[in-house]
Design a protein around this ligand. Structure first.
Ligand code: PLP
Ligand code: COI
Length: 341
């Protein structure tokens, strides 16, 4: 590291670390993969990833615990979601064991970039699969690259566990039977302009409604939505065009089994926000970001408060982060330790 990293001040930005993992798929099989210092990919100008968006990615974090060890949070779930994304775009799947081993190798090789316990920062891992090789027509690629790089990160939305405001977008990030449930770059390219428009209006990001009827909440930027109803139910939208968030499904479990709340995955109508006393955005990068208010076409709807965090949101945050950072007993198989030899 040329300059000491100020862990507490980290945002969500690219920092070049020492090593990344790279594996090539050719003639029907992945090679063993290797760590490299080179952070530049040399690929054919005909690569389908460049022309036709044949690529997908993942996001997960490594957490430093109080005793100095390092945890991965449910990496098997990221591996499985990446397999579904690959399958949707006709790309070869990365086996779960290869995926998790590669994550561990990247963390080990960049151990000095895993932020200290107590700083709130983590090491973000970004796995991706891209279609490469000479090609011109709209076909699947002849070859693929699976790579994982990492970067130390802090809060995705400014302020960490502080409420942020969002605005409903007229745009859609995904089509009803499109690729919304897959973590593919095209969904994010589609979200750049609506996201920029929202930020220019001083909102953290935008809320996407269901693309078929524009009546129900789907996503909060690059995070899922949850709300706590006035009668203490944890409610989160279900739709085939939402990215199935690993954080969201973890919170569903924790809300039910640790907080004793009723939980429900179903429709969340944008004209029924009054049902909720608290709301939040959840995801690997966003962790839990309390939603202060949502600007709809009609009005600005405030949930718990624009400046304070609701008590149930805080309990969910403490439980989730407690598990990730090793302070709270995890449900079975949620934590994978990275051993450093
Ligand atoms: N929704 C979108 C569009 C995302 O990009 C992400 C980030 O991965 C999420 C939701 C949250 O998913 P996860 O909790 O698995 O990180
Ligand atoms: C994540 O939460 O891991 C994401 O992928 C969100 C965003 C940075 C794309």
């Amino acid at each position: 590291m040329s300059k000491a990293i100020e862990w507490e001040k980290l945002g969500f930005d690219y920092i070049k670390t020492d090593k990344r993992y790279i594996s090539y798929w050719k003639d029907g099989a992945w090679d063993k993969g290797t760590l490299t210092e080179d952070n530049v990919l040399h690929i054919s100008e005909g690569s389908t990833a460049l022309h036709y968006g044949q690529q997908c990615f993942e996001g997960l974090k490594a957490y430093r615990t109080k005793d100095g060890s390092i945890n991965l949070f449910r990496p098997d779930q990221n591996a499985q979601r990446m397999q579904r994304s690959c399958s949707r775009l006709l790309m070869p799947e990365v086996p779960t064991e290869k995926f998790i081993e590669a994550c561990k190798e990247v963390v080990r090789a960049n151990e000095k970039f895993v932020p200290p316990y107590g700083t709130g920062a983590t090491l973000y891992l970004r796995p991706l699969v891209i279609g490469v090789g000479d090609n011109l027509g709209v076909h699947k690629a002849p070859e693929y690259i699976f790579t994982i790089f990492c970067s130390p990160v802090g809060a995705y939305f400014k302020g960490g566990l502080a409420p942020a405001n969002f605005v409903v977008s007229d745009y859609d990030r995904a089509a009803p039977n499109g690729t919304g449930a897959a973590k593919v770059g095209g969904n994010y390219a589609a979200s750049l302009m609506p996201g920029k428009n929202a930020q220019e209006r001083q909102f953290a990001d935008c809320i996407y409604l269901d693309p078929a009827t524009h009546k129900k909440i789907e996503e909060v930027g690059a995070a899922n939505f949850f709300g706590i109803t006035k009668d203490d139910r944890f409610v989160t939208p279900y739709s085939p065009s939402i990215l199935p968030s690993i954080t969201k499904y973890s919170l569903l479990y924790l809300a039910e089994h640790r907080l004793g709340l009723e939980v429900e995955e179903g429709d969340v109508y944008i004209d029924q926000l009054d049902d909720f006393k608290e709301a939040g955005a959840c995801g690997t990068a966003a962790v839990i970001t309390p939603i202060g208010g949502i600007q709809t076409k009609e009005d600005f709807h405030v949930f718990y408060s624009e400046t304070e965090v609701g008590p149930i949101t805080r309990k969910l945050y403490d439980e989730l982060c407690g598990i990730q950072f090793g302070d709270i007993e995890p449900p079975e198989d949620w934590i994978v330790q990275v051993t450093i030899d």
